[in-house]
Design a protein around this ligand. Structure first.
Ligand code: TTP
Ligand code: MG
Length: 390
């Protein structure tokens, strides 16, 4: 059995926990500037329609009496660590997947902790005692159902799907609840007359493949109640990313390149710190009208240098027609391999980077200086703001 735990309105709940005057109030965590976005909101504020990723001006319109609080990431990380530590006291098979959620493989824990329902209750009690916050739990025989179940009775909920309940649950499960089914996939599926995950089982695999690509096969597997993804307690990240809302909407490619360089530096630094190399680069763009696109490319050789990331992300941008101004831009690296995996040297290389190349040394020097003296102590000249003197 797999257990999925997700903290309730996490950042907002931490604020309410630390500042009693905020309890019972509509708390909106996020940037308060004109261009700020909502990071999360307390359940009181959600009643007014305030949601994560909503522009702050819209949140203020919907909930004028809401109290806007800037985020305190270091505090949320510290609490997250205590939560994860507490979970590991139940079983070492804990996989943290984000700051406020984790999977646990609880198979074989019955002798120690009792049946799943009792263990779930014990975990909720332990978290409440440890950090005085509530969480929601889902327990199911497969991973994706545990995740869906934890969301079923939020906040402070617990939903258990027993092996016998798996198929009836899947038959009724709205297809948009399945991880990976976004608005675009939902439209396609609805057009095919599919509204529940169970209906996928009655589709011909070829039709699914034609309409949905690779994701079609994944949906078919899930519709049969199968999900072999194990709980991976190593806690190794699967991807790294960096993104940011621009100070003003832009479509000047040179200025956007500067932003990409900054994010590539950040992601490169994360890769090197974790001793990882990546093969896939993703560029994320959110347009002025909030429409979002992601474009990815997989490189022949795993990379770790900021220069490689920067160049690949720029190529992705060059392939895009920027029909509108851009509001947010970000860079991601995924498809990770351990960096000790030896890289195949290129016999006729004219590449900008690679083991022993100048760019490698530049990365190392930048990392060392920034670690010693603080982030952004030293940057590439292209990142220098011409309006600033120093
Ligand atoms: P979530 O678990 O998605 O949301 P939540 O914990 O606030 O609320 P819920 O009760 O529905 O689980 O995300 C965890 C934290 O991650 C959230 O408190 C703030 C942060 N976050 C962002 O920074 N940006 C986002 O777009 C989302 C969704 C969350
Ligand atoms: Mg949460």
């Amino acid at each position: 059995m797999i257990l999925h735990l997700d903290m309730d309105a996490f950042f907002a709940s931490v604020e309410q926990r630390d500042r009693p005057e905020l309890r019972g109030q509509c708390v909106i965590v996020g940037g308060s500037s004109q261009r700020g976005v909502v990071t999360t909101a307390s359940y009181e504020a959600r009643r007014y329609g305030v949601r994560s990723a909503m522009p702050m001006f819209e949140a203020r319109r919907r909930c004028p009496h809401g109290i806007v609080v800037p985020g305190r990431m270091h505090r949320y990380k510290a609490i997250s660590q205590r939560v994860m530590g507490r979970l590991k006291a139940f079983t070492p098979l804990v996989e943290k997947v984000s700051i406020d959620e984790a999977y646990m493989d609880i198979s074989g824990c019955e002798r120690l902790h009792g049946p799943p329902a009792r263990m779930g209750r014990a975990i909720k009690k332990a978290i409440l005692e440890e950090v005085r916050l509530t969480c929601s739990i889902g327990i199911a025989p497969v991973r994706f159902l545990a995740k869906i179940a934890s969301d079923f009775h939020k906040p402070d909920g617990m939903t258990i799907i027993t092996p016998e309940q798996v198929m009836p649950f899947i038959d009724r499960l709205p297809i948009q609840k399945v991880p990976g089914v976004g608005p675009k996939a939902l439209t396609t599926l609805n057009k095919m007359g599919i509204h529940t995950l169970g209906q996928i089982r009655h589709q011909r695999p070829e039709t699914l493949d034609r309409r949905m690509g690779k994701f079609g096969a994944r949906l078919m597997t899930l519709a049969h109640g199968l999900d072999e993804t194990p709980v991976n307690p190593s806690g190794k990240a699967k991807s790294f990313s960096s993104e940011g809302t621009l100070a003003r909407d832009l479509c000047d490619r040179d200025l956007l390149r500067q932003q990409i360089l900054q994010h590539a530096e950040d992601v490169g630094r994360q890769l090197r710190r974790h001793g990882a190399k990546a093969r896939t680069v993703t560029l994320k763009i959110k347009y002025h009208d909030f429409r979002q696109i992601t474009r990815s490319t997989t490189l022949a050789k795993p990379f770790q240098s900021s220069a490689d990331l920067f160049q690949a992300a720029c190529r992705l941008m060059d392939d895009e027609l920027l029909r509108q101004k851009i509001r947010l831009i970000g860079v991601g690296a995924s498809n990770l391999v351990a960096s000790r995996t030896p890289a195949q040297m290129d016999l006729f290389s004219t590449a900008a980077s690679g083991p022993g190349s100048d760019w490698d040394s530049v990365d190392q020097a930048l990392d060392a200086i920034n670690i010693k003296f603080g982030r952004d102590t030293i940057n590439r000249a292209n990142l220098k703001d011409p309006s600033r003197k120093s």
